[in-house]
Ligand binder design. Structure first.
Ligand code: PGA
Length: 249
C-alpha cells in the first residue's frame, strides 16, 4: 500500500492569496499520481481549500475540533460545521495544541468521540513533552495517551483512526527518529491498541521533520502507513519531491 501523506500547515500561510497559491502547488504536484494527500489548513482557509479540492483527489482536514455539535462554546468549531464544508479528517491532540490549550487525555478523548460521531476520520496525535532525547521512549506516557485518548471508543464498520506518533523533539527541528525507534514504538502502539480492540482499525503515521531527504529512509518502515508533515508541507519544492518519492514506491 502506498504511504499516505497528511500536510499540517499549522498557523500558515497568512493570506487567502498565499493559501490559494500553496494549494495550487499541491494540486500540481499530485496531479495524475497515485498518492493519497490530505491537507489540513488553518480553519479560516477551509472554505477556500475545500472548494479548490472539489475536482481533485486531495482530501481536507481541520487542525482541531470541538466536543459538541453547537452551543455556547465561543471560538470552537464543531464536526457538523467541518462536514458541511467538505472536510473528511481532523487532527486531534497535536502536541502543540495539547500545550497551547492545556488539553488532557480526557479532552482528547471527547474530541475523538465527537469527530467520529460527526463521521470525520480522526488523526489522533501522540508524543510527550518530556522526550528530550532521541533514544528516550516514555512507554508509560505513550500508554496513557493511547489508553485514555481512546478509552471506550467504538468504531463503526466503515470507520478507521489514524494515529500519528510524533516525538516532540523531532517536530520542526530537522531531526527525525531512527527507523529502529519508530518500529519499536509502532509495535508498542499496536500492543496498546490490541488491548482496546482497535489494532485492526488503526493506521499508524510518523511525524517529526519528515522532508524530501528524511522521507527516503523513513519509506523503508513497513510498519507505518504514512506521514504527518509540517514544515515541508509549506515548501513546494520539498513536498513535490516527497509526493514523487511516495507515489513511486
Ligand atoms: P514538522 O511538523 O514536519 O515541521 O516537524 C510535524 C507536525 O508537527 O505535525
Amino acid at each position: 500500500m502506498p504511504k499516505k501523506l497528511f500536510f499540517n500547515w499549522k498557523m500558515n500561510p497568512t493570506s487567502s492569496f498565499q493559501a490559494t497559491n500553496l494549494f495550487e502547488e499541491v494540486i500540481k504536484s499530485s496531479k495524475s499520481l497515485s498518492v493519497h494527500v490530505v491537507v489540513c489548513p488553518p480553519f479560516v482557509y477551509l472554505p477556500l481549500v475545500c472548494e479548490m479540492s472539489k475536482k481533485t483527489n486531495i482530501k481536507i482536514g481541520s487542525q482541531d475540533i470541538s466536543t459538541q455539535d453547537s452551543g455556547s462554546l465561543t471560538s470552537e468549531i464543531s464536526g457538523p460545521m467541518l462536514v458541511d464544508l467538505g472536510c473528511q479528517y481532523s487532527i486531534i491532540g497535536h502536541s502543540e495544541t495539547r500545550e497551547i490549550n492545556h488539553l488532557t487525555n480526557q479532552d482528547v478523548n471527547k474530541k475523538i468521540r465527537h469527530c467520529l460521531q460527526s463521521k470525520l476520520t480522526p488523526i489522533f496525535c501522540i508524543g510527550y513533552q518530556e522526550d528530550k532525547t532521541t533514544t528516550d521512549i516514555n512507554h508509560t506516557e505513550l500508554s496513557e495517551q493511547i489508553q485514555q485518548g481512546l478509552q471506550d471508543i467504538r468504531l463503526e464498520d466503515d470507520q478507521i483512526i489514524y494515529l500519528a506518533y510524533e516525538p516532540v523533539w523531532a517536530i520542526g527541528t530537522g531531526k527525525t527518529a531512527d527507523n529502529s525507534i519508530i518500529v519499536e514504538v509502532t509495535k508498542f502502539i499496536l500492543q496498546e491498541l490490541k488491548m482496546l480492540g482497535l489494532n485492526s482499525k488503526t493506521k499508524i503515521l510518523y511525524g517529526g521533520s519528515v522532508d524530501d531527504q528524511s522521507v527516503v529512509e523513513l519509506m523503508k518502515i513497513e510498519e507505518i502507513d504514512g506521514f504527518l508533515i509540517g514544515g515541508a508541507s509549506l515548501k513546494p519544492e520539498k513536498f513535490s519531491r516527497i509526493i514523487g518519492i511516495v507515489s513511486s514506491n
